[in-house]
Design a protein around this ligand. Sequence first.
Ligand SMILES: NC(=O)c1ccc[n+]([C@@H]2O[C@H](COP(=O)([O-])OP(=O)(O)OC[C@H]3O[C@@H](n4cnc5c(N)ncnc54)[C@H](O)[C@@H]3O)[C@@H](O)[C@H]2O)c1
Ligand SMILES: [Zn+2]
Length: 387
Amino acid sequence: MLTVYNLKMPHAVYGGENAMDNITAILKNHQAKRVALFTDGGILASGLFTLPEAAVKAAEAEYYVLSDIPPEPSYTAVQQIVDQFKENGADMIIAVGGGSVLDAAKLASVLVTDEYGVKELLDTPGRAKKCVPTILIPTTAGTGAEVTPNAIVAVPEKELKIGIVNENMIADYVILDARMVKNLPRPIAAATGVDALAHAIECYTSKKANPFSDTFALEALDLILNHILPACDDPEAMEAKNRMQIAAFYAGIAITASGTTAVHALSYPLGGKYHIAHGVSNAILLAPVMRFNAPVCEDRLAKAYDRCCHEAENRCQSDSEKAEWVIGKIEEIVRHLNIPTSLKEFGVPKEDLDGLVEAGMLVQRLLVNNMREVTPEDARNLYLEIL
Ligand SMILES: NC(=O)c1ccc[n+]([C@@H]2O[C@H](COP(=O)([O-])OP(=O)(O)OC[C@H]3O[C@@H](n4cnc5c(N)ncnc54)[C@H](O)[C@@H]3O)[C@@H](O)[C@H]2O)c1
Ligand SMILES: [Zn+2]
């Protein structure tokens, strides 16, 4: 547990019915004249974009759309969008999408300068300063990118994904409008929901855990463990979808106050080298890493059980039983949601093991948060377990 901690948050967060309507007032308060709307092809095709677009039109601001953002973009793909943004200029950024779009917009908001670009921030993230205010509207539930100071990009030459962290990238405004996640396709809802689950449980069992992060991590965990299945399975389960959206946001706050651990660290090479979606690679690693960690955080997992298990019958008694229930529940969720539980279907050959271990061990930013030390031998065993 940290003994000194802080929490940096967006200026304002709007949730509940028709939260999107607040955009008009925000733009008017800022006297925004020209707005850059960041999104991607999937969101445009889904028809979701019309809601924020209508709110911008109502503010009578001029706007243009940047939508050439691939899922899980490389730093060069993000730089291309940033360059388009710099050419066109804007006094407000609105981003509508999953983590890929939100992260690209967050980077653009600190890169209206010719002194450095995304590549330079990979080495010296502290240089970035906020240039343009942001309104972030997540459409997955989700990465929590709407509230974190992080932006994750793929770095093909290192076969890794790398997180750029700078508090200047924290959103100015966040809009959690349930309509944006209502029709989330099941595989995306499943993978991004388990990503949020990973954020919550990793932050709760992180060396950087503290009273601020615990509050949000535990609430997120309770909401996710008990609502993720109906939210993904039942198109009409609006209450469950709402709760997942709020839980993903809370789990993002937990990341901001604490930090993820070995699940995310070992997952980055899987995204970087094999382009496995972020939520899927985390889902594959989540139960094996938690089982590896359990001996040193059984008490925390037991507290998570006490908070999240609402089954009246067959109560677990000991800490180890409770910890096993939590890990078993995660396995059950991943299986039920038809997310792969190993790397088999991604064609990862055993010969790649050394490279994976080497790349995973580079992610010390997150590995240092893991309560149980992860040696290269441990990383090898964990990768072997999921091959
Ligand atoms: N900044 C952070 O704190 C943070 C945290 C975790 C992950 N990430 C990063 O976020 C990225 C992943 O984001 P993601 O998992 O949200 O997915 P994504 O943004 O990559 O989107 C995946 C696909 O889903 C589509 N989509 C999104 N919302 C939709 C909706 N409501 N309806 C229909 N289609 C929709 C998109 O168009 C896209 O094709 C990765 O790069 C990951 O590393 C960032
Ligand atoms: Zn994540």
